[in-house]
Design a protein around this ligand. Sequence first.
Ligand SMILES: *[C@@H]1O[C@H](CO)[C@@H](O)[C@H](O)[C@H]1NC(C)=O
Ligand SMILES: *[C@@H]1O[C@H](CO)[C@@H](O)[C@H](O)[C@H]1NC(C)=O
Length: 253
Amino acid sequence: PITLRPLPSKVILVLMSFCFHHAATSCSKSCYCSESETNGKTVRCSNLQLTELPQDLPNDTRRMYLDYNALKKIPMNAFAALPHLVELDLSHNELTQLEPEAFRGLGSLQFLDLSSNKLVNFNAEPFDGLRARANLTNNPWHCDCNMQMALPRVDLEPASLTGIVCHTSEPEEVGVNGLAFLLSDIDLCVLMKRTTDVAMLVVMFGWFTMVISYLVYYVRANQEDARRHLEYLKSLPSSQGKSEESSTISTVV
Ligand SMILES: *[C@@H]1O[C@H](CO)[C@@H](O)[C@H](O)[C@H]1NC(C)=O
Ligand SMILES: *[C@@H]1O[C@H](CO)[C@@H](O)[C@H](O)[C@H]1NC(C)=O
């Protein structure tokens, strides 16, 4: 009779490590992956109508293309499992905002493409520790004092920031819309301060007018009162005389 001998434990270990190794480096189901000596592992998930990031990405990915999808947001630590990422393309998506720690752990990143999204407010937090060159063009950026103060705080390659072209601005009428903010030489914080100063002046003038009109009203009303009082006083002596007369008459009687 044939007896099945149990596999030696060494063989099992080798098989298991092979399986795990394969699982760890296998590619995402929906994406197209390739590997080359010079570029390392490249994952292409372009144009797949993705609304969420693919989950099963190999941790040694160096280039990742997620352009032309329908991503609306990048969750916190979304790429923390991909520490070797050098290039990340998120262009042509629906991103409206970036979570504060969206790109956490991407210390090796050299190129980040966020162009052609719907980004409005620029904050420094998502770019903390990111020394990459970023493409920020083709977004409806809102330029205001907050954005201006955030710009010097990012580590991105400075040329990246010239891609911020203002779509709207606050204050609205400074003529920065349609211009690359960094090249425009406009100080939005000073202008903001000026408009708040003007607002303060208007409010103070309003209060002043109210106080003055109240005083005028008060004085007028009192004048009226005083006049009536005076007339009353004028009419007093005669009536008092009459009553005195009548009292003397009564005492005489
Ligand atoms: C990827 O993950 C596997 C298993 O978790 C680990 O052994 C390997 O060192 C990781 N590779 C990289 C490049 O971080
Ligand atoms: C940035 O993105 C835009 C639009 O996607 C593209 O036309 C432009 O060439 C890119 N710029 C750089 C420096 O890669």
